[in-house]
Write a protein that binds this ligand. Sequence first.
Ligand code: NDP
Length: 251
Amino acid sequence: MSLSNKVAIVTGASSGIGAAIAQVLAREGATLALVGRNVANLEATKKNLKGAKAEIVVADVTKDADAIVEQTLAKFGRIDVLVNNAGILGKGGLIDLDIAEFDSVINTNLRGVILLTKAVLPHLLKTKGAVVNVSSCAGIRPFAGALSYGVSKAALDQFTKIVALEMAPQGVRVNSVNPGFVVTNIHRSIGIVDEEYNGVLQRAINSHPMGRVGDVTEVAEAVAFLASSKASFTTGALLPIDGGKNNLTPR
Ligand code: NDP
């Protein structure tokens, strides 16, 4: 197992991609701090790990960075891996931009990641650990009508590369995965109702050269790879998990 004796924090472990990341990291032997706000969903993720060593940390990534670190250390004594997965979508382009929603997206997808990574870093320096950020194909290329989200993920990608450069001499690796469309609750969370959803899904299927959308496990396997010593010479990388969407579709 590639993550035996490693302690990993996974934010947004209560749903979708984060719950799948918890599953795959546990399979690879990691001990997990499962971070999110929804206790019932975190309990469900933990139950699905079927006995792997894991603790729930009920926390908001926009304001609880120090508490997440303190609780993880109190329970497990070390931190080897940080997976910044928690994230939210925003609606609309510039003309209809809701600034309060923009602030919320930036707070969660960017500022929260910076705060938690900064709080965890002293502990990763001790373990020569790794950070994996869950970004998006929307960080690499622009999509009209997804302004807040695209800006937050593009900035997150630059954060990944800058911190990777700063930490490379100290042996801490920092990478990201950049998924295409994956079926989770995130699209319904911005109010896409049943009647619209099939159209959204079909357009997403058509926009990926492989002719389908992604599965949460496909993202999680890539996260596990980047978190492990199998990726020991990889840092500052943005890994598309997108059926060819970023590299193969005409612009
Ligand atoms: P979900 O909506 O299923 O899950 C989002 C997770 O983020 C939940 O576990 C939620 O936990 C957590 N979260 C959100 N805000 C906070 C907060 N303030 N504090 C703590 N946890 C928070 O979405 P996905 O699984 O799809 O998304 C996971 C990541 O993948 C996101 O970063 C997203 O941008 C990215 N992504 C998703 C794609 C997709 O198509 N699904 C494509 C590309 C990237 P809780 O509610 O318990 O707080």
